[in-house]
Design a protein around this ligand. Structure first.
Ligand code: FPP
Length: 240
């Protein structure tokens, strides 16, 4: 029986290498990466994935050249302006997580508009992590809880995993079943560190711009073949 993940996340890596291999600019690689994102949203919805979370821009990406950062922000504006109606018609609910206050005010406005327009859609939930870093998310959750203790609302001993999760930016998302990283890199790069505790991990050599429906289907097939035990004993008799 095919086991379908309800929530998948993707580290979309390899735009630069894809472009370099073809003698193109990094900007052209990112443009092709945006196309791959657009197609992946549709492919994931068609395949029945309910929640898709993607790493669009990390807190570390601010360290890239000013030109590259402004190209990526330009692409983001383009996506939020020109693709919004298509996303909406296709039934996608869009949300953004990350340090919103570091983004330009016009981008924040576009994000708010996109979230409001698509708020009641339910075919697929798309979360884009922008200026996101998992360690910073965990620190910020700790600060919120420390503040609640300081206010006398809770005792230190009241803090448990559920309370902690409620303070994360992903608090309204279901558990992450599958994390995919493209481009052959075997790292998590500060993405969803808390959330991947029991996720299955799939690494593929495919560069993100080449990630098509067949690649997504392959990742879902890999997931389906995994035995998820969440730390419990193996009841199938399979080797550890
Ligand atoms: C990694 O490629 C990808 C990114 C830094 C961002 C992902 C961006 C897109 C998919 C385009 C859409 C943009 C947004 C913001 C929604 P890389 O540049 O690290 O590739 P490399 O490791 O081969 O150099």
């Amino acid at each position: 029986m095919i086991q379908l993940p309800k929530h998948i996340a993707i580290i979309m890596d390899g735009n630069g290498r894809w472009a370099k291999k073809r003698g193109l600019s990094r900007t052209q690689g990112h443009r092709k990466g945006l196309e791959a994102l657009r197609n992946t949203v549709e492919n994931a919805a068609e395949l029945g994935v309910e929640f898709l979370t993607v790493f669009g821009f990390s807190t570390e990406n601010w360290k890239r050249s000013t030109d590259e950062v402004s190209d990526l922000m330009g692409l983001l504006r383009f996506y939020l302006k020109n693709e919004l109606q298509t996303l909406h018609k296709k039934g996608a609910k869009l949300r953004v997580i990350g340090e919103r206050d570091r983004l330009a005010p016009d981008i924040v406005k576009l994000i708010e508009g996109a979230e409001a327009l698509t708020a009641t859609n339910s075919r697929i939930n798309v979360t884009i992590a922008l200026s996101y870093g998992a360690r910073s998310e965990i620190v910020s959750a700790s600060q919120k809880l420390a503040q609640r203790v300081a206010n006398g609302e809770i005792q230190p001993g009241d803090i448990n995993e559920q309370l902690f999760e409620d303070c994360l930016m992903t608090s309204d998302l279901p558990p992450l079943d599958l994390l995919i990283r493209t481009s052959g890199e075997l790292r998590i790069s500060n993405f969803l560190l808390w959330q991947i505790a029991y996720s299955e991990l799939v690494f593929t050599d495919t560069l993100w711009p080449d990630f098509d429906k067949a690649c997504l289907e392959q990742a879902l097939a890999d997931y389906s073949n995994r035995q998820r035990r969440f730390g419990a004993e193996d009841v199938t008799g399979a080797a550890e």
